[in-house]
Design a protein around this ligand. Structure first.
Ligand SMILES: Nc1ncnc2c1ncn2[C@@H]1O[C@H](COP(=O)(O)OP(=O)(O)OP(=O)(O)O)[C@@H](O)[C@H]1O
Length: 609
């Protein structure tokens, strides 16, 4: 690797330039990843740099050739043979440059793409390990921005940036060497004086460009977020004729993005134009002083021509160096953000020492004094105690917001319960291996998310080796089989993003089929029958009798008919377990459950009438 970018210097550059406290909290994961990649591919880098070096050494010969040609012309010694020879020389220089520069360009470009892939793979794998609460606090647009723009910025610095940097440095050195070699030391020194101001310009503009770039990225994230949300809610927006509200909101975000980006463009443009300005001043000095030296015959005309051509060659790498510094500054900010992301620790960790997978029975016991969400000090669940054995069904009912979903989320540790409060097979869930625990639970959330793939793949998602037979059986149990058969492509029917082609009830039943297919000892249905009609609900519940044999089933429902036959029903009120028992016991108690049941019976009779 080029000395200017040796590992330590690169790391220092990244963190000195981003003097941000969060870099101390998070180990430089992204920098390590980058540095490891470069170390593993140093052979490739050496080849690229050597190729670029050779290309530059070849290309700097052309001004010299033209200078000699001019001298021959001035001396009146130019003939056809010389013209042919010099032309051939220039063609060979051009071909040599193209070949070696092309090799260098291809190598660095290829490594940049590989690095981009590596970063995205790491990011995605890492996100998969993080807890749900992490995603509650982050926006999708922000995460996508990291995966796309930050990774791209690092890739650009590492491929295009390094390429341009080595190209510029080699060309600059070779050209300066040839300049000193061709004309007087004084002319070269005076002409390159303005170039000495380049570092000052860079130091002044660098941090400003970086801040402007960060703000532009942040505003872009917020715009991506809003677009995502608006597309998800497109049906609601149209149904309520709120297109104007959505468009205006979007326009505001776009305005912010535009003003932040223009700010960045202004900073970048000023920065980038100052560097060639320095080069142009050098050119003026060379013309004035070099012209004087030529007129007074202190240097040959050919040397003067060659010198001005070298100077023109030098201006380009100087501008490139400006671009590269800009690229590296952006990449350093991106690298820091990626390090923060990759250094993020999951809140829910596997504390089990068990190495072999264990199979769970499905007995559940909960004795919870209280539970509050992370970052909140208000208890959401209080005084809850119950047990269900394998093969039994638990019904959980209660007003909206009473804590039903929260309670079942503690079982697979979507959120961590306090120690010694939630047990499966007599073991604290916090001490069971996460993979064992979660494989033992089949969970249908309220919003049974569907992927934009075929219905068959959506159902088969829960079991990697599921056959079409298994998928069809699960679909029958979830009462979605007949609906699927009516689609022209059956199980191969592709559903739109989040299943827009399916009705609410069909989506719920597809999600239920997915859970049935998993065939886990604990099955949780979180209010996922709300969009199906009473008849279908009855069918699914009766099919459950077959499915729930030898497994523990938890049904959360607002419609009490769904839990009527459960072995145990618990009633939550504002997070507190206020009643528990079978349907008959709760009816006899005459409490909240009995009142809710009577009301619902009355409602369904009125509807039937
Ligand atoms: N991630 C979270 N962080 C903080 N509070 C939360 C979180 N999720 C839910 N809550 C709060 O916990 C309480 C219980 O919510 P929960 O979703 O468990 O109720 P629920 O009984 O399932 O409601 P519903 O019947 O409407 O689905 C609510 O006050 C809710 O605002």
């Amino acid at each position: 690797m080029n000395r200017r970018l040796s590992g330590h210097r690169y790391e220092r550059m990244v963190f000195v330039m981003d003097n941000n406290d969060s870099s101390h909290e998070h180990p430089a994961q992204a920098t390590k990843l980058l540095w490891d990649y470069i170390k593993d591919h140093k052979g490739y880098y050496v080849v690229s740099f050597l190729s670029i070096l050779i290309a530059e050494v070849i290309t700097v010969q052309s001004p010299n050739v033209i200078g000699r040609f001019t001298d021959l012309l001035q001396a009146g010694k130019l003939n056809f043979g010389a013209v042919e020879r010099y032309s051939l020389l220039l063609v060979l220089i051009a071909i040599g440059y193209a070949v070696f520069f092309g090799i260098g360009q291809f190598r660095t470009g290829m490594m940049g793409r590989q690095l981009e892939y590596l970063f995205r793979r790491h990011l995605f794998s890492h996100w998969e390990t993080l807890s749900t609460s992490y995603f509650n606090k982050r926006s999708i647009g922000d995460l996508l921005n990291h995966a796309m723009n930050d990774v791209q910025a690092v890739r650009q610095a590492i491929s295009q940036g390094l390429n341009q940097l080595s190209n510029a440095v080699f060309l600059l050195c070779s050209a300066l060497f040839m300049m000193f070699h061709t004309v007087t030391f004084r002319l070269t020194l005076v002409s390159i004086l303005p170039i000495l101001f380049v570092p000052l310009v860079v130091v002044w503009f660098g941090p400003r460009v970086r801040v402007a770039s960060r703000r532009a990225q942040e505003s872009l994230s917020s715009m991506t977020d809003l677009s995502e949300e608006s597309f998800s809610a497109i049906r609601l927006i149209k149904a309520t004729a709120n297109e104007d509200v959505a468009v205006n909101r979007f326009r505001e975000r776009v305005d912010t993005v535009l003003s932040q980006q223009l700010r960045m463009v202004r900073q970048t443009a000023t920065f980038q134009s100052l560097i060639p300005l320095m080069g142009s001043i050098s050119f003026v000095i060379a013309l004035a002083y070099g012209g004087y030296l030529t007129v007074t015959h202190q240097i040959l005309l050919g040397s003067f021509v060659a010198f001005t051509l070298y100077l023109a060659l030098v201006i380009n790498p100087l501008q490139q160096i400006g671009n590269v510094i800009n690229n590296f500054q952006r990449a350093s900010a991106s690298l820091l953000r990626l390090s923060v992301l990759l250094g993020e620790k999951p809140e829910i960790v596997d504390q089990s020492a068990q190495t072999e997978p264990i199979s769970m029975q499905g007995d559940i016991h909960v004795r919870l004094a209280d539970f509050q969400y992370p970052d909140s000090d208000i208890p959401v669940l209080k005084e809850i105690e119950f047990s269900v054995k394998r093969g039994q069904t638990l019904g959980i009912v209660g007003q909206t917001g009473s804590g039903k979903s929260t309670l079942v989320n503690l079982l697979p540790r979507v959120y961590d319960p306090p120690p010694d409060t939630v047990f499966v097979d007599g073991q604290d869930v916090r001490k069971v291996g996460l993979a064992d625990l979660r494989s033992a639970i089949s969970y249908v959330p309220q919003d049974g998310f569907l992927f934009s793939t075929s219905i068959g793949q959506n159902i088969g998602f829960s079991k990697e080796d599921a056959t079409l037979n298994d998928i069809e059986k699960a679909a029958q149990q979830a009462c979605i089989y007949d609906d699927i058969q009516q689609f022209s492509k059956g199980f191969d029917t592709v559903i739109g993003e989040r299943g827009v082609a399916l009705s609410g009830g069909q989506k719920q039943r597809t999600a239920i089929a997915r859970a049935f297919l998993k065939d886990a000892p604990i099955l949780i249905l979180d209010d996922c029958l709300s969009a199906v009609d009473m008849n279908t609900e009855k069918h699914i519940i009766s099919n459950l009798n077959e499915v729930r044999e030898n497994r523990t089933t938890i049904i959360i429902a607002h419609r009490l008919s769904a839990v009527r036959h459960a072995d145990l029903i618990i009633v939550l009120d504002d997070g507190v377990m206020v009643e528990s028992g079978t349907h008959d016991e709760l009816m006899a108690l005459g409490g909240i459950y009995a009142r809710m049941y009577t009301l619902q019976q009355h409602d369904s009779e009125v509807t039937a009438d």
